[in-house]
Design a protein around this ligand. Structure first.
Ligand SMILES: NCc1[nH]cc(CCC(=O)O)c1CC(=O)O
Length: 315
């Protein structure tokens, strides 16, 4: 590709949240760059497989593969993803060229009967399929009956409203984007429940060989978010990047420095406290942000993470 595509076609999943996100990027491209933009909606394997935990069926890649095929075949020029769903290593030939300003990175408690997780009675039923959330819930409330919950945001809310759970945990960002913020009963502080790497951020993926497109989209990068998510994703990448691992990684800016914390749980002993590590640094480049992430990962490995990873690899 030697010139910019016209129209520029965005490949997107068809859930309400994915469409909102693709439309948001379309509006930015139209308003800030004056481009004409079309959307190409598609269904991914991750949208079809709803009966099993993602960590058991191949993980994050399931939501992005079909979109990458559309880029490869030239049916679309860019793909918009929730960064949390993007694998730590992209396949050869694809690059993450832009990350937009982050929405609320925190997790949220959603329930019609109970105002907070603390207010739940003994043994209450909570829905989530994220190992990261399961381990953090059980560390704090070992009595809870945590049950799997999959599907897109609307499906999950419907299952809650049908009475299948006393409450569920969702990313605040998705609810806010869809105008569902009033469903949030409690925004869970990061100290309580540390978010996943990239949570709340949108990423734009292109073919690496689409140089003019990549250069144009680089102008939309939100640098504080870009550096924070590079640090978070480097933690996950250094630990093997698998979503069968209960891993949380969250970086935020304070006093001009990036403060990164990560937590690693043991999936075989979910009641055990998670390993924790944190470091801060005045990073200004993605290389420095990734070095911060690697430092935190090394600390986790040192603190007992090595054992967890070995058992995951051989279990
Ligand atoms: N794994 C599904 C997913 N991917 C991104 C979001 C929410 C939006 C975001 O984090 O950007 C969600 C739903 C959730 O975790 O509740």
């Amino acid at each position: 590709m030697t010139t910019l595509p016209d129209p520029c076609v965005i490949a997107t999943r068809e859930s309400r949240l994915a469409l909102w996100q693709a439309e948001h990027v379309r509006d930015l491209l139209t308003e800030r760059l004056g481009w004409s933009v079309d959307l190409l909606g598609m269904t991914t394997r991750g949208d079809q497989i709803l009966d099993r935990a993602l960590s058991k069926v191949g993980g994050k890649g399931l939501f992005v593969k079909e979109l990458e095929t559309a880029l490869e075949e030239g049916r679309a020029h860019l793909a918009v993803h929730s960064l949390k769903d993007v694998p730590m290593e992209l396949p050869d030939g694809f690059s993450l060229c832009t990350v937009l300003e982050r929405e609320d990175p925190r997790d949220a408690w959603v329930s019609s009967s109970f105002e907070s997780i603390e207010a739940l009675p003994q043994g209450a039923r909570v829905g989530t399929s994220s190992l990261r959330r399961v381990v953090q819930l059980q560390a704090r409330r070992p009595d809870l009956d945590v049950q799997p919950l999959r599907g897109n945001l609307d499906t999950r809310l419907r299952k809650l409203d049908e009475g299948q759970y006393d409450g569920i945990v969702l990313a605040a960002a998705g609810l806010k984007r869809l105008g569902l913020a009033e469903r949030i009963r409690q925004v869970i502080s990061p100290e309580w429940m540390l978010p996943a790497a990239g949570q709340g951020a949108l990423g734009i993926e292109v073919r690496t060989d689409a140089t003019p497109l990549r250069n144009a989209l680089a102008g939309l990068i939100h640098t504080p978010t870009w550096l924070a998510v590079h640090a978070e994703r480097a933690v996950s990448r250094a630990l093997g990047g698998s979503c069968s691992m209960p891993l949380a990684a969250y970086a935020f800016w304070s006093d001009g420095a990036l403060a990164l914390e990560a937590r690693l749980g043991d999936p075989l002993q979910p009641g055990r406290p998670m390993l924790r590590a944190q470091q801060r640094s005045r990073v200004a480049t993605t290389t420095a942000a990734e070095a911060l992430g690697q430092g935190v990962a090394a600390e986790l490995i040192e603190a007992g993470g090595r054992d967890i990873l070995d058992r995951l690899a051989h279990g």
